[in-house]
Design a binder for this molecule. Structure first.
Ligand SMILES: *Cc1c(COP(=O)(O)O)cnc(C)c1O
Length: 377
């Protein structure tokens, strides 16, 4: 048997979550946001599992978009960061990718290639207050016609919401109102909502929603659990106990001897660490599922291992361990480690073997290969 660390990806759960999203915004088309290697779940496998169920895929970069096309994905693909150079313009057009035009620099790259004026839909991104990407509202009048002349369709109109995970703050309403106001009278599809907005601001679903996190079965809301939303975790990061040993009161555990044993008992060593994407900053007490129960992490996280306090009862070597996923929501682990579930999911390391289940064929891929474009899947 090889090292047991693996990311099990449940496509049944993925498709179930898609149906939850669909029910929340039944009138809207869906851009499934699968940037960052499908939030760590595997770009192409995820796209293939969702194919036919969504109207499009949104990714960050041209590379990711080309990867989808090379993998045989024919659905609409949106490139959220647009293009970075004139060279990318040719490749994007050839692959029929829909570009987000978020700044003058992107528009200039497009206009520099005079022979291409038949783009599929280009998306005019408007900065309504997040101050990340997008043209200021005052530029819409002048930018819209430039996009219109480059494309065979009216430009799409989009913005991104900075605080849609909260309902106790007026910012989202301000952003939505600003968007409505500056786009009034311009024909074209509209898109505003990420996962949190799909849940908290259903009135902003518009023509296209852009859910990411929710599809992967994770709650984008601080105060509502994924379970309460009817979502199922897609990724389970799992391993097993590789050593179990007795410890005595006063012994220390791990690097820096930061953990001191308070009572005679047993500890388990699980085969996963920060080299696999488990957060180094997870403090003692972070929940770890061993067999059917939750135990506290103890001591510092190592590159390849963590230690767990098993109390007075040993568990056999080989006992399955869940770091997050089924039976232990990634939201809980993220909270303990002072981070967000997004970072944990997309930080799963290259070396971790992915096992995709619930697709037509069961696929296992050496971890190092998950993000390559030429997958023999
Ligand atoms: C990542 C991203 C999304 C998806 O956000 P979630 O919170 O994962 O639903 C939507 N729109 C844009 C522009 C994004 O960058």
């Amino acid at each position: 048997m090889s090292r047991p660390t693996c990311a099990r990806i449940d496509f049944g759960a993925l498709r179930h979550n898609l149906s939850v999203v669909r029910n929340r915004a039944p009138q809207s088309r869906i851009w499934a946001v699968i940037k960052a290697n499908g939030y760590g779940h595997g770009l192409l496998p995820v796209a293939r599992a969702l194919s036919g169920g969504v109207e499009g895929f949104a990714v960050s970069s041209l590379e990711e978009g080309l990867c989808l096309r090379e993998g045989g994905i024919r659905t609409s693909v949106m490139i959220l960061e647009g293009v970075f150079s004139r060279e990318e313009v040719f490749q994007a057009r050839q692959a029929e990718l829909e570009l987000v035009v978020h700044a003058e620099s992107v528009l200039e790259h497009l206009e520099a290639v005079r022979e291409i004026t038949d783009w599929p839909r280009l998306w005019l991104k408007i900065d309504t207050g997040m101050n990340r990407l997008g043209f200021p509202p005052s530029d819409v009048q002048s930018v819209y016609p430039r996009l219109l002349s480059l494309s065979r369709e009216p430009p799409g109109l989009m913005t991104h919401l900075a605080m849609a995970d909260r309902t106790d703050n007026p910012m989202t309403r301000v952003q939505i109102d600003r968007f409505d106001e500056v786009t009034r009278g311009f024909p074209g599809h509209r898109s505003l909502a990420n996962s949190a907005a799909v849940l908290n601001y259903p009135g902003a679903a518009a023509d296209w929603i852009r859910p990411g996190l929710m599809l992967f079965g994770v709650s984008p809301l601080e105060t509502v659990s994924a379970e309460a939303l009817g979502l199922e975790p897609v990724m389970t990061l799992a391993t097993a106990l590789m050593a179990v040993k007795p410890v005595k009161r006063g012994d220390t555990v791990g690097y820096g001897a930061t953990w001191q044993v308070r009572r005679d008992g047993w500890i388990g060593i699980a085969a996963a660490g920060y080299g696999d994407g488990y957060p180094y900053h997870a403090p003692g007490g972070t929940p770890v599922r061993v067999g059917e129960r939750i135990y506290p992490l103890i001591g510092r996280v190592s590159m390849d291992m963590i230690a767990v306090d098993l109390g007075s009862e040993p568990q056999p070597v080989g006992t399955p361990v869940v770091l997050w996923g089924k039976g232990l929501p990634v939201e809980q682990v993220a909270r303990c480690a002072s981070t967000i579930p997004y970072e944990l999911l997309c930080g799963v390391a290259q070396r971790v073997r992915h096992e995709w289940r619930g697709s037509r064929v069961s696929e296992t891929q050496d971890g190092y290969a998950t993000n390559r474009c030429t997958l023999p899947l």
